[in-house]
Design a binder for this molecule. Structure first.
Ligand SMILES: Nc1ncnc2c1ncn2[C@@H]1O[C@H](COP(=O)(O)OP(=O)(O)O)[C@@H](O)[C@H]1O
Ligand SMILES: [Mg+2]
Length: 256
């Protein structure tokens, strides 16, 4: 019998930030290798969902449940979630002064390699693959030896998130507006990397407002988040409709 279990299974997830209830009830299934696009107006809760799933301590799950690869995701801390193969990119990647980019990424990579039962990479082997990946992503090699994101432009920070994605090769990647602030070559690199990783079985949740990117990703599903709930589920046609009419119109009830 073949298993049809989703890789990520989220039911009635409720998330509070500070005193505020941001996500009311989110249910979502992502099968292994699938690509789901998440859309929604500013402030609808897209980043909150990503950060809550990643285990960010400021995003408190106050209801519902989530399973990842058959494990209770919410019982794991942020490091354990990453080691289990979950990758969540930041919408606004922070800098980490004093921590060298290549050491940071190698430490993360060796932690997930250990969890996968693979041998750690030494500095020499890591640098070889990191340089190759950086080249493919159009990220200057010098950025590997600088502190994480310090002095990086917005687009370079996003490319640095992609570098981590390319090297970590997670089971599921949630990319939060990875295309924002990127030039056309950067957006092309996003599409190429996602396509490459998909052929290796990585599943994706892609948060984006950019129709051209969404169309080129050929998503299995498009979800519209509204005020902390999944308001609509569809295919690329839903993204095209939102691009044409906007979120305000999409949220209005259809007149008889
Ligand atoms: N750390 C935080 N502190 C206070 N409010 C927050 C925080 N994170 C998110 N929010 C609020 O939660 C709502 C959803 O935010 P967010 O998930 O960032 O939306 P989106 O990513 O869809 O634009 C917004 O009203 C935002 O102001
Ligand atoms: Mg956001």
């Amino acid at each position: 019998m073949t298993s049809t279990l989703p890789l990520l299974h989220v039911r009635d997830l409720r998330v509070d930030v500070g005193e505020r209830n941001v996500l009311k009830s989110i249910s979502l299934d992502v099968p292994p290798g699938a690509l789901v696009v998440l859309m929604g107006a500013n402030g609808s809760g897209k980043s909150t969902l990503g950060l809550a799933l990643a285990g960010h301590p400021s995003y408190r799950v106050t209801g519902g449940h989530a399973r990842f690869g058959g494990q209770d995701l919410l019982a794991l801390n942020a490091q354990e979630r990453a080691r289990a193969g979950l990758f969540v990119s930041f919408q606004a990647p922070p800098d980490i002064p004093g921590v060298k980019n290549n050491l940071f990424i190698r430490s993360a990579l060796n932690a997930v390699r250990e969890a996968r039962g693979e041998a750690p990479l030494d500095a020499f082997d890591f640098l070889g693959s990191a340089r190759a990946a950086a080249r493919q992503l159009g990220l200057p090699e010098a950025m590997l030896s600088r502190p994480v994101n310090e002095g990086f432009s917005g687009g370079e920070r996003k490319r640095n998130e992609l570098l981590q994605l390319a090297l970590l090769q997670p089971r599921l990647a949630l990319l939060d507006e990875i295309d924002s602030g990127m030039d056309v070559d950067g957006v092309r690199a996003v599409v190429q990397l996602i396509q490459t990783l998909r052929t290796q079985g990585t599943a994706f949740v892609v948060v984006s407002h950019y129709l051209q990117l969404i169309e080129s990703l050929q998503p299995d599903a498009v979800l519209r988040l509204d005020q902390g709930c999944i308001a609509e589920t569809g295919g690329v046609a839903l993204a095209r409709g939102i691009a044409q009419t906007g979120f305000a119109r999409a949220a209005e009830p259809v007149e008889a």
